[in-house]
Design a protein around this ligand. Structure first.
Ligand code: GAE
Ligand code: MG
Ligand code: MG
Length: 389
């Protein structure tokens, strides 16, 4: 089997918060008539420059056309030469590699008539516990809106939440207080996510202040790539520390510096399922915990993570992928499902990721390119439509 063509389609899909994320849907065609699909999810992150999708399609064709899609390691090696690791969390080259590697997995599993989970090691679990995100408070008036999000999502079965903090600690505290008063033990806060906004010492102050409330872990409580700062934070505080993984070099530095307890692994940020599996194996070898993070993918990207999570032996903390619940639309016939706060791994009866593109939906959400609209740095950092300065 050989890859014969590559197609990239840009879609822009609003979230329930009003924030619009742009994604690229990848299709790899073959001489066997089988098509693999993948997703380069959520390009709407800083830095504010955009890839030229026409140019990207031409480059990917040069790399992929004529290749056997089962040569996943070889293709990944070429992809990393062309879109190298940059030691940056939102590096767009990683998003590109992720979309292609996902489509390769979907393609190979379809060719074998098995699911991707079965292709990459089999199923350790059929469902993955996830938490719902509460985006960062900047204003007091957002506290009540976010408590309403908790009410609504709890009614749907999401009983674990994670909270972005660090821009308005009064509001962060008021929210945690509101959750404790109204829901008591019915709602759990998995993590406080500082998103690298504060240096580790300021992060210590912030987290100490919020420690009157229950939460399991603190995420990204230091500036990006401050491995020693993360270690200092971890030694000072009782809570578990988690950090995203965005390059193998960064991963190995975090192991060397004993920076974290838990690696937050997302294929999008480490550049594909192949790379994410290596990161999970590194966590296992280093005796660290592991959870699946998210950029908030559509159903194809989320299904890819569900298959990855299904196959992991060390997925030992609540994971993050809830994209399909956050977006107001999608591009597949039947999206991934959530039940009682679990992401359901698509079944063995569905080859590949178990997702089928819906051409009408693609046409509805398709946009010209990845260019940026009128959006502020705050909106990009905090993922809200809130335009106030
Ligand atoms: O830091 C996180 O855990 C996030 O999921 C973060 O990356 C978000 O900004 C996410 C989003 O678009 O909401 O990518
Ligand atoms: Mg995070
Ligand atoms: Mg994102």
């Amino acid at each position: 089997m050989k890859i014969t063509d590559v197609k990239l389609t840009v879609v822009g899909i609003p979230r329930t918060t009003g924030f619009v994320s742009k994604h690229v849907i990848v299709e790899l065609f073959t001489d066997d008539g089988i098509t693999g699909i993948g997703e380069m999810s959520d390009f709407s992150h800083l830095p504010r420059y955009s890839l030229d999708v026409v140019d990207l399609t031409a480059s990917l064709k040069m790399i992929l056309v004529g290749k056997n899609p089962f040569d996943i390691s070889l293709i990944n090696k070429e992809l990393v030469s062309n879109y190298p690791e940059m030691m940056f969390y939102y590096e767009k080259g990683n998003f590109v590699r992720n979309g292609v590697d996902a489509a390769l997995h979907d393609l190979c599993a379809k060719a074998l008539n098995i699911s991707v989970a079965d292709l990459i090691g089999g199923r350790m679990q059929d469902k993955i516990k996830v938490c719902f995100p509460i985006f960062r408070h900047r204003f007091m008036e957002e506290v009540e809106e976010n408590l309403e999000v908790v009410r609504k999502r709890l009614a749907q079965g999401f009983d674990v939440f994670r909270l972005y903090v660090g821009k308005n600690l009064d509001a962060d505290e008021a929210f945690l207080d509101g959750v404790k008063r109204e829901f008591g033990g019915k709602v759990k806060i998995k993590s406080l996510d500082l998103s690298h906004l504060l240096g580790w010492k300021e992060a210590v102050q912030a987290v100490k202040r919020l420690s009157a409330y229950d939460f399991q872990m603190v995420e990204s409580p230091a500036l990006q790539n401050d491995f020693e700062g993360l270690h200092q934070f971890r030694m000072k505080m009782d809570h578990l520390v988690s950090e995203h993984v965005w390059s193998f070099r960064q991963l190995s530095e975090m192991i060397k510096h004993d920076s974290v307890d838990i690696f937050n692994i997302s294929p999008i940020f480490i550049g594909g399922l192949t790379a994410a599996r290596k990161a999970a194996a590194a966590a296992e070898v280093a005796g660290k915990g592991c959870l699946l993070g998210t950029t908030q993918e559509l159903s194809i990207g989320t299904a890819a993570m569900a298959h990855l999570g299904a196959s992991l032996v060390n997925l030992n903390y609540t994971s993050d992928p809830t994209g399909p619940e956050l977006y107001t639309g999608d591009v597949v016939k039947q999206g991934v499902r959530y039940e009682d706060g679990y992401l359901i791994v698509p079944g063995r009866d569905k080859p590949g990721f178990g997702m089928e593109l819906d051409r009408d939906l693609i046409a509805r959400y398709q946009v010209e390119d990845l260019s940026w609209g009128d959006v502020s740095v705050h909106q990009l950092q905090d993922r809200t439509s809130q335009t106030k300065a």
